[in-house]
Ligand binder design. Sequence first.
Ligand code: FAD
Ligand code: MLT
Ligand code: ZN
Length: 472
Amino acid sequence: MTTSALLERLRALVGDAGLVTDPGQLAGYLSDWRGAYSGSAAAVVRPGTTEEVAEVVRACAEEGVAVVPQGGNTGLCGGAVPDASGRQVVVSLDRMRRVRAVDPVDQTITVEAGVVLQAVQEAAAAEGCLFPLSLGSEGSCTIGGNLSTNAGGTAVLRYGTMRDLTLGLEVVLPDGRVWNGLRGLRKDNTGYDLKQLFIGAEGTLGLVTAAVLKLFPAVRSRATAWVAVGSAQAAVDLFGIVRGLCSDRLTGFEIMSRQSVEFVLRHGSGARDLFGAVHPWYVLVELSDTLPDAGLDGLLEFVLGGAFERGVADDAVVASGSAQVAALRALREGISEAQNFEGPSLKHDVTVPVSSIPAFVERTDAALRAAVPGIRIVAYGHVGDGNLHYNLSKPVHSDDDAFRQRADELARVVYDSTSSFGGSISAEHGLGQSKRDVIADYKDDLELELMRGVKQLLDPRGLMNPGKVLPG
Ligand code: FAD
Ligand code: MLT
Ligand code: ZN
C-alpha cells in the first residue's frame, strides 16, 4: 500500500479532525519544546478513543510504518519527535482528555493518556484529594508522557515518581492488541508486574491510552522557605536536619546554584533577589500537612534556627502568603526557560547518592572549568533525590556553534564523573534520542541484553518509536 493509501485508511478511521497532513499544522508536532530536535512525518494522527488508537496502530503495523507516540511534547530528550525520513506516523493523544473516574474512597483517579497533568491535579482537588506529581511543565505535559518518562519533579521525596503513583494501565501493543490492565488494586501478586515495563519505556513498547493513578489526602497547610547556604555540602547537611525533624512533612527540597538563580533574575519577569549578599547556593524547602492549622511556619522557623546555630544555613526567608510562595517557586521553576536566553543549553540530568552530591559537584565543576575556561555551570534540581540538572551554558561572548560542537565531549566529562560515583546518566528525563547511544557505555551489557529481549518480545518488527532508548 502507498503512503497516500495508508493516509486514506487512517482518515477513514479517525475522520478529518483526527488526521493532520497540512504542513503548517504539522509543524508544532515535529519539533520539541526547546527546538533542540526536529523531524518529519507522513502525518499526525489524533485518535479520540482507545479503539481508534488500536485501529491506527494495527493499520500502521500492517503497512510496516513506524509509530511515534506523542503527548504534550515537553520531553527533553527528543523521544516524541519523529526521525527525518518523513515516513513515520506521529500518534498524538491530544484528543484523549477524559477523566474517566475519580474515587475518593479507593483514592484513585482513572484518566485517559492525553489528559494534561494540571487537569488531573484539579480533578483530584475537586474531590478533596491530591494527585501529587508536580513539574514545571504541568500545564502542558500529559499523563501518557509522564508515565512513559517515569516523570519525577518536585514532590518525589514524599510521594515517589510516576512508577510509585500508578496502579493500572491500558496499553495498545505494537500489533494493535489492547492490554486492559486498568486495575486499581493496591495489592496484586499474580506474577510479573507488566505495567512497570511500559512506565519509563518512552513509547518504545506500546502506546499507553489510560491509567489508574493513586490519590492522597488533600494538603491543607504548607510552609515554604528560601535558604542561602555556603556549599553543596551545607545543602546536604541541611537536608539531613530538615528531614530528620520533619519526616514526611518534607515535600520538596530543591537546590539552585547562584549561576542558576542569576539567569532567572536576569530573564524572569518580576524575579528579585531576596538577600543583600550573594550566596553560592540556595535551597527551596517545602513542608506540607493534611491538617488545616499544622503550625508548619513555626516548625520551619525552629528547624532553620537549629541550622543557623550549627553554621549550616547562612540566611533564610520563610514565605508569608501565597504571592511570596509563588515568587519563590518561580525562582526555581524559571531556571530551565531562563537558560535558553543564554545560548545553547547542554542538559544533563544525573543522579548520584545524596551523600555524594558535594564531591560530585566539586570534581565535575573542576573538570569542566579545566576543559572550558569561563563555562557557566547551571546546577540545580531535586537534591533530596540525589538528582541534579547539571546544565552547561557557554562562556560569555563565545560562539554558540563552537560550544554546541563540544556537547558530546562535555557530556562525557559529566557522565564519567556521574558513573564514578555509582550514579545514573538519566534521573528523570529519559534517554529518548539524545542518550540512546551513550547509554551503551554506562549500562551493564546484561541489562542492555535483557532490555533488547523485552523489546523483541513486544515489538519484534521494531515499529514502536524506533531510534529511541535502545542503542542503535
Ligand atoms: P512527550 O514529550 O510528548 O513524550 C515524552 C516521551 O513519552 C516520548 O518518548 C513519547 O514518545 C512518549 N509518550 C508520550 N505519550 C505517550 C503515550 N501515551 N504512550 C506511550 N508513549 C508516550 N520532567 C521531570 O521528570 N521532572 C521535572 O521536574 C520536569 N520539569 C520540566 C520543566 C519544564 C519547563 C519542561 C519543559 C520539561 C520538564 N520535564 C520534567 C520534562 C517533561 O515535561 C516530562 O518528561 C514529561 O513527563 C513529558 O510529558 P509529555 O506529555 O510532554 O510527553
Ligand atoms: C526541572 O526540574 O526544572 C526540569 O526537570 C529540568 C529541566 O528543564 O532541565
Ligand atoms: Zn527536574
